[in-house]
Ligand binder design. Sequence first.
Ligand SMILES: *Cc1c(COP(=O)(O)O)cnc(C)c1O
Length: 395
Amino acid sequence: MSGMTASGRPLLNRRLAAFGTTVFAEMSALAVRTGAINLGQGFPDTDGPEEVREAAVRALRDGRGNQYPPGPGVPELRAAIADHQRRFHGLTFDPDTEVLVTAGATEAIAATLLALLEPGDEVIAFEPYYDSYAACVAMAGAVRVPLTLRAPDFRPDLDALRDAITPRTRLLLLNSPHNPTGTVLTREELAAIAELAVERDLLVVTDEVYEHLVFDGEHVPLISLPGMRDRTVSISSAGKTFSFTGWKVGWVTASAPLVTAVRTAKQYLTYVSAGPFQYAVAEALRLPDAYFTAFREDLRAKRDLLADGLAEAGFEVFRPQGTYFVTTDIAPLGEKDGLAFCRSLPERCGVVAVPNAVFYDDPDAGRTQVRFAFCKREDVLREAVSRLRRPAARP
Ligand SMILES: *Cc1c(COP(=O)(O)O)cnc(C)c1O
């Protein structure tokens, strides 16, 4: 229900009028009401490493981070973020001037867009996109320009990207590995995007929260490519990599002037957050390579389990190269509308999924696509697959 004051003026401002409650809230409520298995929202049903959880307890008990931490983040975490960028990607950042800790990647995205955009600026992003992008672009008063990734491959159309750039284009907002399609941009695609950014003098914001969940291919940070070091804001987060999505510890790495700009907005959003968790994430980022490999291989096995199960149940499956999610098409089941399908699925077979249409500006582009999360226990995925294969799941 949208409220109004007595004079008839809406309470919610014009910039946000198009944004209702997210479909995740609706579907998660449906999961609770029906007792269905929730493969809708992307959070793990098992916590991350015990030693990382213990590190948070220790920080809390030792009184580290219980009061306002420094605005840019605690020095231990900023150093660990810089070391992690060097260790995995060969990138060098000054922890004092080129690293900023945020309240998850979500705040990093919001602060970056609020800091860098003027009203009327155009932002190009590949759709289907993560739901906060459109809202943050709107809050900044900017204009989103979607470029559609199309089934079955969901590769970016680089000619369309070139055509979409206008004199008003200020930045590109990229997400690789990509939620919800699982697309991982190749080095060649990234090089072409970088070339365009340099040629047209664009800023680029990269959402890399799934950097450690690449099953096929490699994760290449765009900021590592020629000409990109000073025009890219690279964003990542501990939530997905360490299976602690409730801690909300994220970060920005970028040139000092870009970090300063983002910090200017960030300091008036949360100012600071997650004090003791910052110390724990500093330890998590220094876990041995074996942790990151085992984590990826565990999720790869789960991807295969769910993707194979969905294919056997009759879905068209677009096997993701990365992330927590598999996108499917329900047309082979005789279904025509993902939203209606997802609303009826809990009653029909006790599973919750999310309709990809909500991630598109062009609802027709994703009308029959449905997303399932596989960051769940193996027994839960097996049970979900067996439920989806029951005749009641079919029309
Ligand atoms: C989960 C997710 C985020 C949010 O990360 P937090 O650190 O929890 O704020 C941002 N972008 C994408 C693509 C995600 O899937």
